[in-house]
Design a protein around this ligand. Structure first.
Ligand SMILES: *Cc1c(COP(=O)(O)O)cnc(C)c1O
Length: 356
């Protein structure tokens, strides 16, 4: 078996979820979209089922996968429905949905559900991606109530810059939200992971933690609560080739890395086809037998090369952690000019091993 294994620690998943909910207060939907940020949606939902208040996914297909696996907790469709058939499926499978534009509202008003819908009504408080404007929000709320087809309406919005401490953008989105909702009854939900960590005034009835549930911080800077998060995924492989090169030799495609000294090169079974970012160039940290070293040369499709010169005890068969306990996924992401979210979502072809 090719030795590339993504190990998923379910006790850590539960720890992180409970930490997120405790920091937020009230209840929390764990975001399981994108196959639980690459961790496996069904496995994660089952692991959280006994402790979580509900789940959030992007779309109907993701919700149905969980329902088919026997998950009975509330599931919210974060993008809402795309057509009348999807709306019928929301009714049939007892899902909650975001209503965020006029066509979704019209579909809802024209439908004949067996039971009233659970709706999260989205306000565009400043991110300008989805949601009703502050001017139209109360009117849409009134139309939903008047339709008689809705049981509860949770007022919600989403932040564009909650991960930036000390900037006014989030406070201003909260102000817009509170002004647009003045006088409207019901529960509210504002906070993603970053707002759970940084913006207590955004903590309302429901949190919506995603990335922190998987143990990665949404913040660039350190944070005492983020330090309590535990990496749910560890991506590991092994060294399957070793060679010694004199100084002045170029390694791999493009010859982008040239040895500065006599160099012992380890070949690792992991490449960009597994989701390891090709842009994580020479210098990106990896851990071999628990000790940090670096990627050298370009990452190729199925393999990559690492520097073993200062790790004389390591060699053929040595364990390589690409990220997890020793190398934080955000370090790899930063080297590739992206964020931990994208790196985790992209893992593929690796064997998955579930612990706990
Ligand atoms: C994905 C998502 C979340 C979770 O965001 P994190 O940054 O991963 O915590 C919360 N709310 C909405 C609307 C989302 O799409």
């Amino acid at each position: 078996m090719r030795p590339l294994i993504a190990t998923i620690y379910l006790d850590r998943l539960r720890h992180n979820y409970l930490l997120a909910r405790r920091l937020h207060g009230g209840r929390a939907l764990a975001a399981l979209k994108a196959d639980a940020y690459g961790h496996g949606a069904v496995v994660c939902a089952k692991a959280l089922e006994s402790v979580a208040d509900g789940f959030a996914v992007a779309c109907l297909e993701e919700a149905l996968e969980l329902r088919e696996a026997g998950i009975r907790l509330p599931i919210l469709l974060l993008e809402g429905v795309f057509d009348a058939d999807e709306l019928a499926a929301v009714d049939a499978h007892d899902l909650w949905m975001v209503v965020q534009n006029a066509s979704q509202l019209a579909l809802l008003e024209a439908s004949t559900p067996k039971r009233p819908y659970g709706v999260w009504l989205k306000l565009d408080s400043g991110m300008h991606r989805v949601g009703f404007s502050p001017e139209e929000y109360a009117g849409v709320y009134a139309r939903l109530v008047a339709s008689g087809k809705v049981m509860d309406i949770v007022r919600m919005t989403h932040f564009a810059r909650a991960d930036e401490p000390g900037k006014p953008a989030t406070a201003s989105q909260i102000e817009v939200f509170d002004a647009a909702c003045r006088g409207l009854p019901g529960e509210a939900s504002l906070a993603n992971s970053a707002a759970i960590l940084l913006h207590p005034t955004a903590h309302r009835d429901w949190g919506r933690p995603g990335i922190m549930v998987y143990g990665a911080s949404p913040l660039e800077a350190g944070h005492p609560a983020a330090a309590e998060l535990q990496a749910v995924m560890t991506l590991k492989s092994r060294i399957f080739g070793v060679r010694d090169l004199p100084a002045g030799e170029a390694i791999g495609y493009g010859g982008t890395f040239v040895t500065e000294r006599q160099t012992r090169v380890g070949l690792v079974a992991c490449g960009y086809a597994d989701g390891y970012p090709r842009l994580a160039s020479s210098g990106t940290p990896v851990a071999v037998d628990g000790r940090r070293t670096r990627v050298i040369g370009r990452v190729s499709m199925d393999m990559m090369t690492v520097d073993l010169t200062d790790l004389p005890q390591s060699g053929l068969g040595s364990e390589v952690e690409l990220w997890g306990d020793i190398v934080n996924v955000n370090e790899v992401a930063a080297q590739a000019g992206t964020i931990g979210y994208e790196i985790l979502c992209n893992v593929k072809r690796a064997h998955r091993q579930i612990i706990g």
